[in-house]
Design a protein around this ligand. Structure first.
Ligand SMILES: [Zn+2]
Length: 373
């Protein structure tokens, strides 16, 4: 059967000097195969991924795997514990204000320097191994900088050092009030159909600080540069990384968690990670957009809002998205106003609160979407 290991990684320490740890659950198969890394709750209010990991662990107790699967639930012990009244303020490092999912490492110069050292005789496996070591060394150097680094990047880099060994990386998130959607690098289009996720966002080779990008931008850029240097050789991108958004934050749901765990296992089965698993993708409608067509609708005015469109709903241009109550005008014709869909769209998520200021990200939507056969 699979070998199982459990350890703890120290990722932070609090003002009392107490170390803060995250658990690492590691399953190792007897046969060689891909190395998989899955983490959840880097944004502290997005807790559903922990239930998904629970279900994955239950499954992996009885199903043989190839290679290795590493599971890191609740990977941000700082963010999960920052409460304000009823809410978890889990999105930003409270000290420096940085988004907890924007402090990962990527530097194109490192890749340029590395490509200079590669010769035509180096095998793909040698290049892969050497590149991994190089990036991990750079991450260690960032972590041990004499001048130090902020809380969010400190946490991020320690997790990235674990993740960078993997061939497959999945970062589990939730939207505020959201339907299932997944970020997929454009080169991994085929893989998008193996998750049971109806909404797919294809992202370009562009680093904005998130974990999935910090993984695939390295390997994508490396493959591009090597293909230019050695045009006669075919350099594949050996790593796939995804951000998987499974519904709303501040909620866990065991049944949904079981469904999402099954979707992840179906993809892992497609990637040869499981032995004798009879898992096939669900026959669902999948819609996709390129990242430029994943649009944010900001409010022009503040007010109290009823969300008329649920995440996942298809809406025609001009239809009502939200109904607004303006408390300064309750006695006149301006008491109620409406926010309309600027284009045909699919609503993917909306702001969680009824009271909104102007400039709030009210809805995030797919436009110019297309079916994924
Ligand atoms: Zn998130």
């Amino acid at each position: 059967m699979n070998k199982f290991f459990k350890e703890h990684l120290t990722v932070a320490s609090n003002a009392s000097g107490r170390k803060m740890h995250v658990p690492i659950y590691r399953f190792k198969g007897e046969e060689p195969g891909p190395k998989v890394y899955i983490q959840s709750s880097i944004h502290g209010a997005e807790v559903q991924g922990n239930v998904v990991i629970y279900h994955l662990i239950e499954y992996l107790k009885t199903t043989k795997i190839r290679g290795e699967i590493v599971l890191v639930p609740n990977c941000n012990p700082v963010g999960t514990n920052i409460k304000s009244g009823e809410y978890t303020l889990g999105r930003f490092d409270p000290i420096n204000g940085q988004n907890w999912n924007r402090g990962y490492y990527f530097k194109e110069e490192l890749i340029n320097d590395f490509v200079d050292t590669v010769t035509a005789d180096d095998s793909f496996e040698q290049v892969k191994h050497a590149f991994r070591q190089q990036v991990k060394k750079a991450i260690e150097a960032e972590l041990s900088k004499t001048w130090g680094i902020g809380l969010a990047p400190r946490l991020n880099l320690q997790l990235q050092a674990q993740a960078f060994d993997a061939d497959i990386v999945i970062d589990l998130h939730n939207g505020p009030v959201a339907t299932r959607h997944i970020y997929v690098p454009e080169y991994a289009k085929e893989s998008a159909k193996h998750f049971n996720i109806p909404h797919v966002i294809f992202i370009p080779n562009q680093f904005n600080g998130a974990l999935d990008e910090a993984m695939f931008c390295h390997w994508w850029t490396l493959a591009d540069k090597l293909s230019k240097k050695f045009p006669q050789q075919k350099w594949q991108i050996p790593v796939e990384a995804f951000t998987l958004e499974m519904g709303s934050q501040e909620v866990i749901d065991f049944d949904s968690g079981s469904y999402d765990a099954k979707g992840i296992l179906t993809y892992l089965n497609y990637k040869n990670s499981l032995i004798d698993a009879n898992l096939k993708p669900e026959n669902i409608n999948r819609y996709a957009v390129f990242l430029k067509d994943y649009k944010i609708l900001y409010t022009q005015e503040g007010g109290i809002i009823e969300y008329k469109v649920k995440p996942g709903q298809h809406v025609k241009q001009g239809e009502v998205l939200a109904k607004v109550l303006n408390v300064d005008d309750l006695d006149n014709d301006n008491a109620v106003s409406y926010i309309y869909a600027p284009e045909d769209l699919i609503a993917i998520l909306h702001f969680p609160s009824a009271s909104v200021l102007c400039g709030t990200q009210l809805y995030k939507c797919f436009i110019n979407y297309f079916p994924l056969p």
